[in-house]
Design a protein. Sequence first.
Length: 90
Amino acid sequence: MRGQAFTGRDQLINRLALQVGDRGAAIRILQRRGHLMADGKTFTHEGAKRNAMDAKERAIDRASKASHTPASEFHYNARTNYASRLKDGR
């Protein structure tokens, strides 16, 4: 299944390239975000932390930061690559 590819750790560039459809575009996005150095190969400190996460951890981290809510309050949906808040703590 194409959407499930590159979901593991150390797959940040490959995963984003799959999502945006172009490796060069993925590298430019990561450089703009401050996750890759100008050479397009070396991760910054923050980029290395993101690259060490799998897709589930990144989705939960995004949702947690956006809502200012602890990560433990989220559930990950692999089909959609989104994390949503747990209802009633479940």
